[in-house]
Write a protein that binds this ligand. Structure first.
Ligand SMILES: [Zn+2]
Length: 200
């Protein structure tokens, strides 16, 4: 099996695992990885439950489509994450429940919004930044992400969902798992804060 096929197999397994466990819904999630100087990102409208090796779009590092499906409209988020550091080799974006719920709360620390009640989020990802709400796929959202990307290690798009990068697909997957679990712990422990839902 070639290295590209192995990466696609990891991506397909991760997507299916996230879908089957309710971390990704419908066709809203997307993921990408780097291979030989190109971004491979899931195609627009693909479903994490049914990815195949043909579900990807090959894109140049400047965002120009090379071959395969039309790329996910969230491609600019992935691209900015790769530009942040050459340590980032894969990016996953989903709409997982607890990360979304936690993003509704008023935050004092927008560059480090998820409390480290357990040590694993810090170990696996680091700090989590809150990206202000704007319509998915909009230039406004990409502008907010551009401002946030250098200030934290992982991100939650407010009222939308997490974007997590890693040194490999599995690393990004482990980070996303820790983020969702940390948000579930924080959401439960911080019950009193739930009244402080930010204005919509
Ligand atoms: Zn999304």
């Amino acid at each position: 099996m070639s290295e590209l096929e192995r990466k696609k197999e990891d991506a397909i397994w991760i997507a299916k695992t996230l879908f089957e466990r309710g971390r990704a819904t419908g066709s809203s999630a997307n993921l990408s990885f780097l291979h030989e100087g190109h971004i491979y990102i899931t195609g627009s409208g693909t479903c994490f439950g049914r990815l195949t090796k043909d579900s990807f779009s090959k894109v140049a590092m400047d965002g120009v489509h090379v071959e395969g499906l039309k790329p996910s409209k969230e491609l600019p988020l992935h691209k900015m994450y790769y530009e942040k550091s050459d340590q980032i080799q894969a990016v996953i974006h989903v709409h997982s429940f607890y990360a979304v719920m936690y993003s509704f709360l008023k935050q004092e620390q927008v560059t480090d919004m998820v409390p480290a009640y357990t040590p694993y989020l810090r170990m696996k990802v680091g700090t989590i930044g809150l990206v202000p709400y704007a319509e998915p796929g909009s230039q406004e959202l990409f502008g907010y992400f551009r401002e946030a990307v250098s200030k934290s290690d992982g991100f939650i798009l407010k009222q939308h969902g997490p974007v997590i990068g890693g040194r490999s697909l599995m690393d990004a997957f482990y980070g996303l798992e820790e983020l969702e679990e940390s948000c579930r712990v924080a959401w439960t422990l911080d019950e009193g804060r739930r009244e402080r839902v930010d204005s919509l």
